[in-house]
Design a binder for this molecule. Structure first.
Ligand code: ADP
Length: 608
């Protein structure tokens, strides 16, 4: 990462430096070439001038009577060179019009020199247009020399050819020193431009590095750092604009992520706290997710299980490939619980099924209520049909006029009367329960001594006990129990318990009623104990259910409806109290009616 971050800086620097070096080299080569050309040109002009002077002087001298060209030439040359001191180290050659050497001052020309383009040009009557630069032995050394040849005419004929040669070492030296200067200047320029290149590269690379760091922060999830605005350089160039856009983008991303995360949190909270169980199965039918409610409903650790482990009777494939939007429902029985399961497949962006979502609802209670309602209706119909059938058959028998004896007729009419009473009682109790269910019962709450209410009931019901030669007795030393209650309703409850005690105990049995005070719990209790048949343990909880009777025939024959205890329980609860039972089958039962005691000076009369 670091290398790639640094590389843009170095690339920029290298590019800049290479460009500068190329430019400097091109300029250097151009300058040196130009200098060389200028120096050669001026040397050429000097040599042309010297040749002109020599040829002019030779012509004059020749005209003055000197007839030997070589002689004249030698004199003239010696004179001119002596005059100028021959500082330039000029070599002079006199050639015939055919290019043969007639005279040379120092050294001679090689055959190659004689056939050079300079001499060939001169033989053809052309003066050298520029210096012919080449290597030649000069001063016993091989040096770079420049040649110049001038054909001198007499009339239209070439009279002789004058050739000049001069070493160019001094020019070479000048060029070298100039090249050195240019090289030095180039090095300085390269150094300065490298520094500038570095500064430029840093200037460009630094914001890019900053941006890179921020993208890395962003990749690590640190959006705050990515969003942070950098100090403005004021240049407002593209990079700065890029940084601003990047900050904006990071900010937007942060906002979107925070929205997404709060959505996710919301869904997770719903997922974890919803009352319905939720399970998500992946494409292979394995549990991918489930909420605590699902675990509780299924009753075992769900993680790692497959669809078949949880729903052995259902086909995962069938639900998975069900048409989109179709929700399938099943009601399953799991460990005595009724669970309604809804199966819906979920798809990916291209609409392919990815897995299954199962919503579980515990409908046990609902089923139970429905079951109870069904049972209740069946019970009510049955309870009403039995006396009506009895009444109808007795009435039909009477109407047939077959009964002659008055005694039998009276017996029949008594049965009809009893059955009518039972129906009336049943209907009255049903109405009472319906009023309780609909919260239509109004209690006339008053301060009462519950012990006194019990004693009153005992006195009133003793007549029923007497019929069975039973003893209904009130316990001694019962404490006063100040409570707030609807006296008539409490008498109804106590009466129900007492009647049951009498009905479900044998003749001659003893039934005892007494009261106790529980100051710690701030409660008072009435206890009614019989020595009757008792209630089997498994039925003890159920006898408070509507129409629940252990022995239907016995209950019916004693005028029971199976609703008495259900009403008593509801009444006690309406008084903020409760009813409890202790019973040993075959030995007898004790019912406890418990009510909260009244606080000191509470309001006297009140209706609820
Ligand atoms: P019922 O009108 O049949 O008496 P209840 O609701 O009063 O209806 O009582 C429900 C059932 O509880 C009775 O049918 C009876 O089987 C049982 N039961 C109630 N009280 C006693 C008791 N003291 N001893 C034995 N069984 C009792």
């Amino acid at each position: 990462m670091k290398g790639s971050r640094g590389s843009i800086k170095w690339k920029l620097m290298l590019l800049y430096a290479v460009l500068v070096v190329i430019v400097i080299i091109v300029i250097g080569i151009y300058m040196i070439g130009k200098i060389r050309r200028n120096l050669y040109q001026s040397r050429y002009q000097e040599m042309q001038y010297t040749a002109g002077r020599i040829s002019d002087t030779v012509e004059l001298a020749y005209g003055a009577g000197e007839q030997d060209l070589t002689e004249v030439f030698t004199k003239v040359v010696t004179g001119i060179l002596t005059e100028s001191g021959n500082r330039e180290g000029l070599l002079l050659y006199l050639l015939s019009p055919q290019g043969e050497m007639l005279y040379s001052r120092e050294g001679s020309l090689s055959p190659a020199d004689l056939s050079s383009r300079t001499i060939l040009g001169a033989v053809n009557g052309q003066e050298s247009a520029e210096l012919y630069v080449h290597e030649a032995v000069y001063d016993e050394e091989t040096r770079i020399v420049g040649d110049y040849a001038l054909p001198v005419f007499r009339g239209s004929e070439i009279w002789y050819i004058l050739m000049l040669r001069q070493s160019l070492s001094d020019i070479q030296g000048t060029i070298r020193s100039n090249a050195l200067i240019i090289l030095m200047a180039s090095l300085i320029a390269i150094a300065i431009s490298s520094l500038l290149a570095y500064l430029l590269a840093v200037g460009i690379a630094h914001p890019l590095e900053r941006l890179t760091r921020r993208t890395q922060e962003m990749a690590r999830g640190n959006l705050d750092a990515a969003e942070e605005m950098t100090e403005k350089s004021g240049s407002s160039d593209e990079i700065e604009e890029l940084e601003t856009n990047f900050s904006y983008m990071a900010g937007e991303l942060k906002r979107m992520l925070s929205e997404a995360s709060s959505e996710k949190n919301k869904l997770e909270t719903i997922f974890h706290h919803m009352a319905d169980g939720l399970m998500v199965f992946d494409y292979d039918g394995k549990v991918a997710q489930c909420n605590p409610a699902a675990t509780e409903l299924i009753g075992k650790g769900i993680h790692g299980l497959s669809f078949g482990d949880i729903f052995p009777e259902e086909s995962f494939e069938e639900f998975l490939h069900a048409p989109e939007g179709r929700i399938r429902q099943r009601t399953l029985e799991l460990d005595g619980q009724s669970i309604r399961a809804e199966f819906a497949a979920y798809a990916n962006e291209v609409g392919e099924a990815e897995g299954l979502i199962v919503v579980l609802q515990d409908v046990t209670e609902q089923h139970h209520v429905e079951e109870m309602q069904r049972e209740f209706v069946a019970n009510v119909s049955h309870e009403l049909r039995t006396p009506i059938t009895t009444v109808k058959s007795y009435v039909e028998t009477i109407l047939e006029g077959e009964i002659r004896e008055e005694e039998t007729l009276t017996g029949f009419l008594q049965v009809i009367d009893q059955e009518s009473d039972r129906m009336t009682a049943l209907i009255a109790e049903l109405l009472e329960l319906s009023r309780i269910d609909n919260r239509q019962v109004q209690l006339a709450m008053k301060r009462e001594n519950l012990t006194e209410v019990l004693a009153d009931c005992v006195r009133r019901y003793r007549i029923h006990a007497d019929k069975k030669h039973q003893q209904l007795i009130m316990g001694a030393d019962c404490p006063a129990l100040p409570v707030r209650c609807d006296r008539a309703r409490m008498e109804q409850v106590i009466g129900n318990i007492l009647i049951n005690a009498i009905n479900y105990s044998a003749d001659g049995a003893v039934i005892t009623a007494w009261s106790t005070l529980n100051p710690e719990a701030h409660e008072g209790a009435l206890h009614i104990q019989d020595t009757g048949m008792g209630i089997p343990y498994k039925e003890q909880r159920r006898i408070f259910e509507r129409f629940y009777r252990i022995d239907k025939a016995r209950s019916r024959s004693s005028g029971g409806t199976g609703l008495g205890l259900a009403i008593a329980k509801e009444m006690m609860e309406m008084h903020h109290g409760r009813i409890e039972l202790d019973s040993v089958p075959g030995k007898g039962s004790t019912f406890h009616l418990i009510l909260p005691l009244m606080d000191g000076e509470e309001a006297e009369d009140e209706e609820i």
